[in-house]
Design a protein. Structure first.
Length: 175
């Protein structure tokens, strides 16, 4: 069974001021995309860089999540520190993920240039930062997911398969 970490970064949702919509939105999109058995490790953390980084490391190192997807904390506000926490947790960065997500988001809103999503690798885990809005989560996840299964193959993770009617996974012919 493939393990996937889903991390919502939000002071207010963590404090119970409002309901977490981002984490469930990610889970819904993944249920639509993936055709392999998988289980989610849902996490809700405050906008604290050290807490976020520790959560990402635990999901990668102890829970062996092949994919860890975050939502929230990627903007320019003072408390938005998810990209910094991701960089601290990763051994390699994959800036193309952020570039693709910003490109897709710019087709919807001009403020997408303020987004700082990134992605990286820790061991055999791929960590991807998504925006906080559920509609943007779906658009961004669908935009980058064609490359995610092959990336996980390359870092020694489990083979992910997708519903080709929703996302066509790209793998070179020799894979």
């Amino acid at each position: 069974m493939v393990r996937i970490g889903i991390v919502t970064v939000s002071d207010r949702a963590h404090a119970g001021i409002y309901k977490d919509l981002g984490g469930p939105a990610i889970k819904d999109v993944l249920q639509e995309i993936l055709t392999v058995p998988w289980t989610a490790s849902m996490q809700l953390v405050p906008d604290e860089q050290q807490v976020i980084a520790q959560t990402l490391c635990r999901l990668a190192d102890q829970e062996a999540c092949a994919l860890i997807v975050t939502t929230g904390g990627t903007g320019p506000a003072l408390r938005d520190v998810t990209p910094e926490a991701t960089v601290a947790a990763c051994t390699k960065l994959l800036p193309g993920f952020g570039e693709m997500m910003r490109s897709v988001s710019l087709q919807q809103v001009p403020t997408a240039i303020l987004s700082r999503q990134t992605a990286g690798i820790r061991g055999s885990s791929l960590i991807v930062n998504l925006p906080g809005k559920p509609a943007a989560i779906r658009d961004c996840l669908l935009a980058v997911f064609p490359a995610i299964p092959y990336c996980i193959d390359l870092i020694g993770g489990p083979r992910l398969e997708t519903d080709p009617a929703i996302v066509k996974t790209f793998r070179p012919k020799a894979s």
